[in-house]
Design a protein around this ligand. Sequence first.
Ligand SMILES: *Cc1c(COP(=O)(O)O)cnc(C)c1O
Length: 388
Amino acid sequence: MSALYFDSASTTPVDADVVAEMIDALRAGLGNPSATGHSYGRAAAQRVESCRRQIADEFGCEPDEVIFTSGATEADNLALAGVAHAHADKGRHLIVSAIEHRAVLACAEQLERDGFAVTRVKPDANGVVAPAAIAAAIRPDTLLISLMHTNNEIGVIQPIEAVAELAAEAGVLFHVDAAQAVGKFEIDLGALPIDLLTASAHKLHGPQGIGCLILRNRRLLKLAPLMQGGAHEYGLRPGTLPVHQIIGFASALRKAARQRAHDLAQVTAVRARLLDTLSVEADPDVVVQGAAAPQRSPYILGLSFPGLSSDALINQLDGQVAIASGSACSSGALEPSYVLRAMGVDDPLLYGAVRVSFDRTHSIEQAEEAARRIAAAVRIRQLMQESG
Ligand SMILES: *Cc1c(COP(=O)(O)O)cnc(C)c1O
C-alpha cells in the first residue's frame, strides 16, 4: 500500500505535458537567453519572451510586467523588501495580515530589524481579514499592504477586490500572494488595481523552482532588487533565466487556465466526498476551519479533530495518506498553527489541526479511500488516548 497524496497545497505533481515540453526544451540545445549576439541565444530569448507573453495574457497585464523569480518565496521577498527599500524616503510603514505565508511574515520581521514599522492585521474567527481592519491600519507613511488571495492552511479566500480598491484610494501599494490561487481562479489585473502579485509554478502542476512577481506599471514603480549581478529582468532579478523552467511554468499555466472550470468542479466533488465519508466513518466532531467564511477554495481543507494531537494522527497515517500537520515543530516543541491562533481557535482544536489539500489528479475513489484511512487512524488514536 503506498500513501495516497493529499498534500497538493505543499506541491502538486508535475503535469505529463509539462514534463514533455520541458524535456524537449532541455534537449533543444538552447543558448543563454541573454546572449543575443548569436542564434542559440536568440532562440532561447524567443522562447522566454513567448512564455512571458502567455503568462501576461493569463493575468491581463503586459509582458514586461512579469519578473521571473525562483518561486513565490522570492517573489514575496522582492515585493516587500523591494518596495520598502526603494521608497523608504516616502514612508517606513507596511501592513500585512497575520495569516500570510511565512515568506511574507519573515520578510516583514527583517524589515522591522531594518527600521521599518509593520502592522499585522488579524483575521476574524473564520479566517477572513476585514477590509475595514486594514483601512484602519493605514497611516500617512504606509507604503504597502500585503494580503494573500487564498490562505495556504485553511483555503479561506480574502476580500482582495475590496482591499485593492481601498489601497488605490489611499494611494498605498497593494501586494497579493496568489500562490494558492493562480491557475485555479481567474485573476484579471486589468480589472483589479493590484500593484504586485506573487505566483509559483509548482502549486499548479508546473516545476519547482520557478515563479514570478507581476509588477504593474513597472516603468513607474521603483523596486530595489534583492541581488546584484546583471541587467536581467530589467535589473530587478539578476541571473541567467532558466529557460526550461519558464517553459514548464507557461505550459502549466496555459493548461490550468484551459481546464479551470472543469478542475474546479472536479475538486469540489472530490473534496465533498472526502468530507462526507469522513463524517460518516469517523469522528462526528470533525471541525472544518473557516467553514463560515463567505469564500473558500475547494482545493484546501483545514480540519481539526478535537482533543487529538495532529502529530499523533500524522504518525498514525504514515505510509497511508500524505497530509500536512497544522502545527510546526520549532526548536523541539510543538507549535500550533499561527493561522489558527490568530483566528482565536481554542486549545482542543488548535493541536489537532491537519491540512488535506487537493488537485486535479484526484478521483472520487481516492478521496473515499483517503477518508477511510484517516477515519481509522483517528479512531485508533482516540482509543489509545482513552486507554492510557
Ligand atoms: C507555497 C507558497 C509559497 C512559497 O512558494 P515557493 O514557490 O515554494 O517558494 C508562498 N506563499 C504561499 C501562499 C504558498 O502557498
